[in-house]
Ligand binder design. Structure first.
Ligand code: 5CA
Ligand code: ZN
Length: 413
């Protein structure tokens, strides 16, 4: 699928280091090689029925910063993102609004692309829809059936056996106990009560055609449509390759989605799915997680339409650590506007060259330490207070402006 256009990224003097990030599977610093030259990044993309709220934006901006830090360290990044352009919630919304599901998906993906451009998010190298991956998904599900890792119910629906022996074993991504798994599975798109399943946790791989629902040729599987987790396992395998350096998404995807993706991927290829898992905290609004199903959305496109500067939106997102959960308030927007104006005024002034070098080192140091962007924004506030003193130069200011652009994705000029 068409991606979106890339922001211009200035060169910054010197070179950064490879970041250490927190892996939610290891529950500690990620096990990524120190000499990493090439990174494979897969980030779970949108289900296009109501894009792009600030929670989505927080997730994609966090991985955008990771990508910028890797680039600064000379790491070559292959970045893949999917689009869940066929799934129950999309069909339900299309039904409820009387819009064709394809039109709904196309319009929301278009909106998402323009939101990502406004926020200066580097596009993925491969932006791949579930629908365009159906032949590969059908092959994968057929392989899992042939290997005994899947089974077909009387309905024709195909399920993955979570009891399949794989290494690393099922459960090693999320480390949850069975009761927690069952609870989350039921909340997040799973169907523990479907009769005939071997294990309530077994996830759907292929849903047989139902009257009035879109369906595709599945060869031996019969007509139907793909389940959710197999989509990401197959797109990641075909466009990034295993093991992924980082599998990413919001923390709502830890279980079942990333656990199941990892299980499918390993059952298919014998390989470890990902070396590290990074999960972004949940953004909420008015006391609850921001989500399409709750309807408490603050949309990037609406803010931009109202004349808000996308760089102020980006500043709000970066003023929270990517792993923390936080609540959006209108006050944050006012604060970010003021902050940005302050930095922009500083960008027209002069900076002491030694202070600029030190600030650049601080920016890089905070980024490699698990992407500590809030600390950097505080440093920028201090910098903005100190500009214009005797001995400062425009070149030193340009060093900061370029670093903020290249590493944080915020343009100050
Ligand atoms: N299509 C699937 C992933 S394969 C999906 O979860 N789509 S989504 O549209 O619901 O979410 C898109 C991305 O935004 C996911 O990575 C999800 O974890 C993240 N996300 C969703 N809601 C929030 C939120 N409130 N805060 C932070 N991230 C969020
Ligand atoms: Zn996914």
């Amino acid at each position: 699928m068409k991606s979106w256009s890339s922001p211009q990224i200035p060169d910054v003097a010197g070179k950064g280091k490879r970041p250490t990030v927190f892996c939610s599977s290891h529950r500690g610093p990620a096990d990524t090689p120190r000499k990493l030259k090439q990174a494979r990044l897969y980030v779970c993309g949108i289900t296009p029925y109501d894009a792009t709220h600030l929670g989505h934006a927080a997730t994609y901006v966090a991985f955008d910063v990771l990508q910028r830090v890797w680039r600064d360290a000379g790491v070559d990044v292959t970045y893949v993102q999917n689009i869940t352009d066929i799934d129950d919630p999309l069909l339900e919304r299309a039904d409820a609004t009387g819009v064709d599901w394809r039109e709904l998906a196309d319009s929301q993906v278009d909106l998402f692309r323009s939101d990502m451009e406004h926020l200066r998010v580097i596009p993925p190298d491969s932006y791949i829809g579930a629908v365009e991956s159906i032949p590969q998904i059908v092959d994968a599900v057929t392989t899992l059936l042939d290997r005994g890792a899947a089974y077909t119910l009387d309905s024709g629906d195909v399920y993955y056996r979570v009891s399949t022996r794989i290494e690393p074993p099922f459960g090693s991504t999320s480390h949850l106990d069975r009761a927690e798994m069952l609870g989350l599975f039921a909340q997040r798109g799973g169907d523990p009560d479907t009769p005939g399943k071997k294990d309530p946790l077994d996830p759907l791989l292929w849903r047989a055609e139902r009257a009035g629902e879109p369906a595709w040729d599945g060869g031996r599987l019969g007509r139907g449509r793909p389940g959710w987790h197999i989509e990401c396992a197959v797109i990641a395998r075909d466009h990034a390759g295993f093991p992924l350096t980082v599998q990413g998404g919001g923390s709502d995807l830890v279980f079942p989605h990333h656990e199941m993706c990892a299980a499918h991927a390993t059952a298919l290829t014998g390989e470890t799915f990902a070396k590290a898992y990074m999960h972004v905290g949940m953004v909420g609004y008015q006391g609850e997680k921001m989500s399409k199903s709750k309807g408490n959305l603050v949309l990037v496109s609406k803010l931009v339409e109202q004349g808000e500067d996308p760089m102020a939106i980006r500043a709000i997102l970066l003023s929270h650590h990517y792993r923390s959960d936080w609540m959006y308030t209108e006050g944050l927007l006012a604060e970010a506007r003021t902050r940005l104006a302050h930095w922009r005024r500083a960008a027209t002034s002069t900076t002491d060259p030694a202070a600029a070098e030190e600030l650049l080192q601080d920016i890089r140091g905070n980024l490699v330490d698990d992407l500590d962007t809030p600390a950097i924004l505080d440093d920028l506030d201090e910098w903005a207070e100190s500009v214009g003193e005797a001995g400062g130069t425009a070149e030193a200011t340009a060093l900061i402006v370029d670093a903020v652009d290249a590493l944080l994705g915020i343009t100050l000029r």
